[in-house]
Design a binder for this molecule. Structure first.
Ligand code: C2E
Ligand code: MG
Ligand code: MG
Ligand code: MG
Length: 276
């Protein structure tokens, strides 16, 4: 009996694995065609300074799948990274973000920074610099308008290549920030040697503010570190007035999160900018 049920379990397990592998293969297939089929779009989450003005926005990718519906980044970015598809997808994101920035400027809207998430694999591509240079030239936007959000893992890669690319980007005037800061393993002395203009405090620390844990000490330490290194600092995932005022009390420069605004369409962001 135990043998039989063991075998059943095994069959169940493999059937499950096959289903998972097939589903993953299907997703990968669809992802391959998503760009040419025009299924991607960007939404924009505004970033606010301490006085409540919009000073920037983060471009976030959305996949509108004909059958699956709206697919969120957590469901497809990891697959895109594993398959290398993040390189063409990321190039599409950069191009759209630059076009949109251009459109906002042509509409006479206030200048804000536009942040784009860059995967480690994308950042290791030889032609990234040329791509960005070309996109900036074609869209006629000031390089300082574009901010690349890198993760700590990027800093851990090949130090010489990474800092070389970062120096060239800085030379062009493009800004760089570290996303999800505090969750990786970047050494603090390392941090100093890169031309980074902003730290983004990871939302996990913001979420835990007001509890009896160490979150407040950690956000305070990150804000202090940023000030000492002459960087700006933004808190991500701010969901409550309490979190916002606590961070403001710690002299955090900028804020992003549902308490202020969810990610919105480009049109809606333009409205928010017009409303002031
Ligand atoms: P991220 O770069 O850290 O982006 C912040 C994420 O937190 C976004 O999720 C945003 O919608 C969400 N968020 C903002 N405010 C709040 C809040 O108050 N509460 C909560 N619970 N969440 C909030 P989203 O859009 O689902 O993106 C998830 C991740 O996917 C991003 O994290 C980023 O790592 C990645 N991603 C998104 N777009 C791109 C892209 O174009 N390229 C690459 N390489 N990665 C991307
Ligand atoms: Mg980000
Ligand atoms: Mg983040
Ligand atoms: Mg993240």
């Amino acid at each position: 009996r135990s043998k039989a049920s063991g075998r059943n379990q095994f069959q169940f397990f493999t059937a499950d694995m096959n289903a998972h592998a097939l589903e993953r293969l299907a997703l990968e297939n669809d992802l391959h065609r998503a760009i040419e089929r025009g299924e991607f779009r960007l939404v924009f989450q505004p970033q606010f300074d301490g006085s409540g003005d919009i000073v920037g926005t983060e471009a976030l990718l959305r996949w509108q799948h004909p059958q699956r519906g709206l697919v969120m980044p957590a469901q497809f970015i990891p697959v895109a990274e594993e398959t290398g598809l993040i390189v063409p997808i990321g190039a599409w994101v950069l191009e759209r973000a630059c076009q949109q920035t251009r459109a906002w400027r042509e509409a006479g809207l206030k200048k804000i920074t536009v942040s784009v998430n860059i995967s480690a694999l994308q950042f290791s591509q030889k032609n990234l610099l040329d791509l960005i240079r070309r996109l900036l030239a074609v869209s006629h936007i000031e390089p300082g308008t574009l901010e690349l959000e890198l993760t700590e893992s990027v800093l851990m890669h090949d130090h010489v290549a990474t800092s070389g690319l970062m120096s060239e980007l800085k030379e062009m005037g493009v800004r760089m920030s570290i996303d999800d800061f505090g969750t990786g393993y970047s050494s603090l002395s390392y941090l100093r040697s890169f031309p980074i203009s902003k730290l983004k405090i990871d939302q996990s620390f913001v979420r835990d503010l007001g509890g009896d844990g160490d979150a407040g000490a950690i956000t305070g330490a990150i804000i202090g570190l940023a000030k000492n290194l002459n960087m700006r600092v933004i808190a991500e995932g701010v969901e409550t007035a309490q979190q916002a005022s606590f961070l403001q009390g710690q002299c955090c420069d900028e804020f992003q999160g549902h308490f202020f605004s969810k990610p919105v369409s480009a049109e809606k962001l333009a409205e928010l900018l017009r409303a002031g």
